[in-house]
Ligand binder design. Structure first.
Ligand code: SAM
Length: 190
């Protein structure tokens, strides 16, 4: 690895946010998954979480086009995924077009946060809504009811990025030195 390359990866790793994550519930179109993961990389997310029920199972490896840059943990079901995230002390936000949802810009994303996005046609499951701490919505003023899931993810994640930037959260390394070394050793970010 060239010194420039090494330095570039170190700079990226130094900004990774271990307490900001995304959970994709049955988002199964490869281009959508890839687009979300690409945005995760862009805002410094270290790990994304996924749940794919049997009927939405992806063909091996197709969707995670950006997996070199962002780690992925797959969970058997949404209950396991959200229990895991709550166990890490995260507030779990579910993107959901409901009357009880608050505008996504009103949330404090400097707290440890997991944001759940739902399946392209049906959205998030009732189980996910019941387990989440808060519904959030991106206001819709037009004729169509919802945004593409990757567009919705980009909007919410960049609000999180904006708040974290202001709070100075990108100025402090979150990843342990051991994890950085492992990623560098694996040639993690080609
Ligand atoms: N009919 C589905 C529903 O009622 O949820 C629409 C699903 S939408 C195309 C796919 C995903 O994108 C949603 O589950 C949510 O994660 C996200 N999404 C799209 N538009 C949104 C909005 N305006 N506010 C919050 N999330 C949105």
């Amino acid at each position: 690895m060239s010194p420039d390359r090494y330095q570039r990866i170190r700079t990226v790793l130094a900004k990774r946010q271990t307490d900001l994550t995304v959970c994709l519930e049955n988002v199964h179109k490869p281009h959508n998954v890839s687009a979300v993961v690409r945005t995760c990389d862009a805002v410094g997310i270290h790990r994304v979480h996924t749940v794919w029920e049997q009927k939405y199972k992806l063909r091996g490896g197709t969707a995670m086009g950006s997996q070199q840059w962002v780690r992925q943990t797959n969970h058997d079901n949404i209950s396991d995924a959200l229990s895991h995230l709550k166990g890490q002390g995260m507030q779990v936000l579910v993107t959901h077009l409901s009357d009880s949802a608050v505008d996504f810009r009103e949330i404090d994303y400097t707290k440890p946060t997991a944001i759940l996005f739902g399946q392209e046609k049906y959205g998030v499951t009732d189980e996910a809504i019941a387990m989440a701490d808060q519904d959030i919505v991106i206001p819709m003023l037009g004729m169509v009811q919802s945004l593409n899931v990757s567009v919705a993810a980009a909007l919410v994640l960049y609000e999180a990025q904006r708040q974290r930037e202001i709070a100075g959260m990108y100025n402090k390394q979150h990843l342990s030195e051991q994890t950085c070394q492992e990623i560098l050793f694996e040639g993690g970010y080609p």
